[in-house]
Design a protein around this ligand. Structure first.
Ligand code: PEP
Ligand code: MG
Length: 360
């Protein structure tokens, strides 16, 4: 058994020395981050902050989104700030010295609001006087297609103070880690950007918040601000977007959804399985990158982004980041890193090494 372990280490060492692609992890907790480090991840490429608001904290986000008055929203934000600061401090400590890409909140709204399609939820709300206003607010925000609705940057722009709170928590956590002798390397990522104007607005506010936090802590904070490229429009206008982004991370889950017009929520449904059986596309494009369609958008956006901003850092953080065939494609396109779930890190390292040594 010892021989086997030594052989595995030898092969991984060879792959690591050969590969050009960096390998990071998608991780949202310090425990996940520590696991990812053990598997050889050299940073976090995606921390989905919406996962930090499940359970008891969910109510705070719900209150913030539904708040009808400024005071209510301010109270919810004030309660969220220290929780987020502590989350990020733990994450930066677990990944000390390595980059941690924190993605600003990107929840499909239906995960945070009471489900009005559930009759019992509706009846409960309708029979409590104090919830009549709440019910009206939930109705107002109800969406037919939440995955194509008020998500990501759209939510950040519609709910004042939400992104600023998260950016402040990142900046303050970084300042605190540094004061404690650590080497935090945060990066902030904006989700679901479709037009450069969205990015410009968020970026301007974020820069102000970071500068204020740095001044308050008497330190310098260099926090790269980048964007996900996960909508066809973002890929098609990558040159414009790159002017305002320090890095791109391709969100191939949403990009596959929007390029194909298949709902991510329904790919487990029987219709999709039946469709796959027709053999029209071999493997599911949600598992292995569809090089002709989604892949050509990735390639074009990478080229346009780097033409507008030489040296622009490029990564991918969709599920494809841990899929062997897709990793080979990302190597070929010239991305800087892939980010995948902790358990797929060894596969990504190995495949990135093989891609780098394969004959052209
Ligand atoms: C993606 O869309 O590929 C992505 C990484 O983001 P999420 O899966 O959280 O939408
Ligand atoms: Mg996405």
């Amino acid at each position: 058994a010892d021989d086997l372990v030594a052989a595995v280490h030898r092969v991984m060492g060879w792959a690591d020395a050969a590969r050009r692609l960096g390998v990071r992890a998608n991780a949202d907790t310090a425990a996940d981050a520590a696991r990812a480090r053990r598997f050889g991840a050299r940073g976090i490429g995606l921390c989905r902050t919406e996962h930090m608001f499940l359970g008891e904290r969910r109510a705070l986000v719900e209150r913030l989104i539904l708040a009808e008055d400024d005071q209510g929203a301010q109270r919810a934000l004030a309660a969220l700030l220290p929780l987020q600061r502590a989350d990020f401090r733990e994450l930066f400590s677990a990944m000390d010295g390595l980059p941690v890409t924190v993605r600003l909140l990107d929840p499909p709204l239906h995960e945070f609001l009471p489900d009005l399609t559930d009759l019992s939820v509706r009846v409960a709300l309708e029979h409590r006087d104090e919830d009549v206003r709440l019910l009206a607010a939930v109705r107002r925000l109800h969406e037919q297609n939440p995955m194509l609705g008020l998500r990501g940057v759209r939510l950040g722009l519609v709910v004042p103070g939400l992104f600023a709170m998260q950016v402040r928590a990142v900046a303050e956590a970084a300042a605190e880690c540094r004061a404690a002798g650590g080497d935090p390397r945060p990066e902030i990522m904006i989700p679901l950007v479709g037009t450069v104007q969205e990015l410009e607005i968020v970026r301007e506010e974020a820069e102000e918040v970071i500068a204020a936090a740095a001044e308050a802590h008497g330190t310098r904070l260099d926090i790269p601000l980048g964007t996900m490229i996960e909508l066809p429009r973002a890929a098609l206008t990558a040159g414009q977007i790159a002017e305002h982004a320090d890095f791109f991370s391709f969100g191939t889950n949403d990009l596959t959804q929007t390029v194909w017009g298949f709902s991510r929520d329904d790919v487990e449904a029987s219709f999709f399985a039946a469709y796959l059986e027709k053999g029209i596309f071999g493997v599911s494009p949600f598992e292995t990158i569809d090089t002709d369609g989604v892949g050509s958008l990735v390639r074009a956006a990478a080229l346009a982004g780097r033409a507008a901003r030489p040296g622009l850092k490029l990564g991918v953080c969709g599920e494809h980041g841990g899929d062997p065939d897709s990793v080979r494609f990302f190597h070929e396109v010239g991305l800087d890193y892939v980010s995948c779930s902790p358990f797929r890190i060894p596969v990504a390292r190995l495949e990135a090494g093989r891609a780098a040594t394969a004959a052209p």
